[in-house]
Write a protein that binds this ligand. Structure first.
Ligand code: NZQ
Ligand code: ZN
Length: 392
């Protein structure tokens, strides 16, 4: 195991009806004037925004609001949010929604105190200052409620890029699983896929002797395999929703990833897909993650066999370990298909002829990237090709 620091300062406020406590928590963490930031309308329709407003009023906290965050959140709304916060003297951002709303909030939080273009921080400049952010989560997926990451898309050129800093970890995150019961099955499945992908990015490592984090990863994966079909079959299954919601946070606070090298190429490859085609991040991962696995499995067949036997219930074939590894990737795809996810380019709405554009946008030039397996642009194109042609 490698040396590590693990800093996860977020207060998680979990359970039914907890959104009504938002005002008290904002006060606890020093907010006087709040921006309530939300998406395209689901949180208004469900009555959640009204609950949050009432709670802020009861706590004597002032607020202004900005809705309209799109999935794959755009820089254009971030600029509006920064202007609004400066004009209204906002000192605290409350994201009410999913990963897109939270990431847009984090971008606004970076931009308000910064004397320049917030996009600098999405091009590699370190985050030095940010307003405090908190969340009321409405979808189990991105894990942004517990992470220090933010991913935003520049509308001009649809360039999707991320930044990260412990300063962006939410002060508190209110997590009421019943709020996710209004999610369409497709979004639920996209979220589940993203949660699993966050684990796989960490599970596939070259670091040895990391049993504790291996086992934590496997626990999250087994939970998702069990609970996802239950919520697809019955969207009102609170207990299954609750397990998935917490799994989403555990998957991405990095508690499963400490002390080990991580990969993250599948996320990079996917961000080009959701950037170019404006598709859901989880759907893009359903297409890319197994294709990446197929391409790299030879790097450490026995690690894939560990996943196969411990997570996907495969019998170990000692004479042909590669067969066991490949069987697990097949089972992963069968699972994804069973929950309604796309498994190839055409099901996703991507085009094979765009592969050169995707590779170019991936932007590694003649270099290499990745933790578990270093990929060059030829490898990247090959993975996109596998994703284009996958059939079950
Ligand atoms: O906009 P509204 O009307 O709210 O609708 C949303 C949106 O259309 C809807 N939705 C959310 N909660 C709902 C609901 N509909 C009904 N009932 C509810 N309770 O779901 C749709 C998707 O929402 P979105 O926020 O986009 O989903 P998700 O949480 O999957 O976030 C995806 C974004 O997070 C980024 C992704 O790249 C993508 O841009 N990621 C962020 C990460 C991070 N910050 O740590 C890590 C991830 O790997 C990921 O890259
Ligand atoms: Zn993700």
């Amino acid at each position: 195991m490698e040396n590590f620091n693990f800093y996860s300062p977020t207060e998680f406020v979990f359970g039914k009806g907890r959104a009504a406590e938002a005002g008290n928590f904002v006060k606890k963490y020093g907010g006087n004037k709040v921006l309530i930031h939300y998406g395209g309308g689901s949180a208004v329709k469900s009555g959640l925004i009204d609950i949050v407003k009432k709670s802020l009023e009861n706590a004597g906290v002032e607020y202004c609001e900005l809705g309209g965050v799109k999935p794959n959140p755009r820089d254009t709304l971030v600029y509006k949010g920064i202007e609004l916060c400066r004009a209204e003297d906002v000192d605290f951002i409350l994201a009410v929604g999913g990963g897109s709303v939270i990431d847009s909030s984090k971008a606004i939080a970076i931009g308000v105190p910064y004397n320049g273009d917030f996009w600098d921080m999405y091009c590699g400049k370190p985050v030095e200052k940010a307003l405090p952010v908190a969340t009321v989560l409405t979808i189990a997926a991105a894990g942004s409620e517990g992470s220090g990451d933010s991913v935003v898309t520049k509308e001009d050129g649809m360039l999707k890029r991320g930044t990260g800093s412990d300063l962006l970890r939410p002060k508190f995150s209110i997590m009421d699983p019943s709020l996710t019961q209004t999610l369409p099955a497709y979004q639920t499945a996209c979220g589940a896929t993203d949660i699993m992908a966050h684990v796989f990015e960490r599970y596939f490592t070259n670091t040895e002797e990391v049993e504790i984090t291996d086992r934590l990863c496997e626990a999250v994966l087994l939970t998702m395999l069990k609970e996802t079909p239950r919520v697809i079959a019955d969207p009102n299954n609170y207990e299954a929703r609750a397990n998935i919601m917490w799994a989403g946070t555990v998957a991405h606070t990095n508690i499963c990833g400490v002390g080990r090298q991580q990969d993250w190429n599948s996320h990079g490859l996917e961000h080009e897909l959701s950037g170019l085609y404006d598709v859901a991040h989880g759907a893009g991962l359903a297409v890319i993650m197994p294709a990446w696995m197929e391409y790299v499995h030879g790097h450490n067949v026995m690690r894939f066999c560990q996943m196969a036997t411990r997570v996907f219930g495969c019998q170990m074939n000692y004479e042909d370990p590669e067969a066991t590894a490949l069987e697990s990737i097949h089972r992963f795809r069968v699972f994804l298909k069973s929950i309604g996810m796309p498994i190839n380019f055409s099901e996703l709405g991507a085009k094979e002829e765009d592969i050169p554009v995707l590779v170019e946008k991936f932007g590694i030039g003649d270099g290499k990237t990745g933790g578990f397996v270093q990929l060059d642009k030829h490898d990247v194109a090959e993975i996109y090709k596998i994703a284009a042609h996958t059939v079950l």
